[in-house]
Design a protein. Structure first.
Length: 244
């Protein structure tokens, strides 16, 4: 998560799944090179365990190559470039814009940051990475959507950095931009793993619950490590209320 585990920031809960417990992966998507999104130990372990592809924004591949990942396993994309994953049921992965920044150590903005569109034969998913709210969400929705599922960041917000992280109300607004006109399901991320902001652990879910109900948006909040099957009834347990 950071150059020093002693410095933190701390995790709110243990790692829910070990690398050896992962199923066979078709690809690993990395949105940018910040430490909470690109962990060297995890990349090395996954690369050693499986012959998986890594799909990353421009420049991020240099980190992976320095950690021993072979170049042929790395696909670097600029915004609006695409690649295909899978053979029997191919999924087109498109690198799309985000409103954020990048950097590790003392370097800043030498690599690209992004969101991703996953378009399969029947369903479409949008992964927001890290992003502040932007009008570009509506364009992405119009060009690549509407999406059946949006995976959007809802935590680590503060008045000090309004342009790089969305708050829950903005995430619900972005979800509407991306799923109109038929709606979809919002899966919130970037809120319950690392202590990155001044708000409480449970605050993003309390605000998201209120904002999604006001907007009529469907939300699914799995427990850490829980698998959700989108073609089955979605879990509705508000488990976080017992953990905050």
């Amino acid at each position: 998560m950071s150059p020093s585990q002693a410095m933190g920031p701390r995790r709110f809960h243990p790692v829910p799944v070990r690398v050896g417990q992962l199923p066979k992966l078709d690809a690993v998507l990395i949105s940018h090179d910040h430490y909470d999104h690109l962990d060297e130990w995890s990349v090395r372990a996954i690369a050693a365990a499986q012959p998986v592809r890594f799909i990353v924004p421009l420049g991020v591949g240099a980190h992976l190559r320095s950690w021993g990942v072979a170049s042929h396993r790395i696909t670097e994309l600029d915004w609006n470039e695409s690649t295909t994953v899978g053979e029997s049921s191919p999924v087109e992965v498109t690198c799309t814009p985000a409103r954020h920044f990048s950097g590790r150590g003392l370097s800043r903005n030498t690599t690209l940051w992004s969101s991703f569109v996953l378009a399969g034969p029947r369903h479409r998913v949008f992964f927001g990475g890290d992003s502040g709210y932007m009008a570009e969400f509506a364009r992405i929705g119009a060009e690549h959507g509407p999406f059946d599922l949006t995976v959007l960041p809802v935590g680590a917000y503060a008045e000090q950095w309004p342009d790089v992280h969305m708050n829950p109300e903005e995430a619900v607004r972005a979800h509407g931009d991306l799923t109109a006109p038929r709606g979809g399901v919002l899966l919130p991320v970037h809120w319950g793993t690392f202590n990155l902001a001044f708000h409480s652990w449970v605050d993003p879910m309390v605000r998201l619950q209120a904002a999604s109900e006001a907007a009529g948006a469907r939300v699914v909040v799995p427990r850490p490590g829980q698998r959700v099957d989108m073609v089955k009834p979605l879990p509705t347990d508000r488990w976080w209320l017992r953990c905050g």
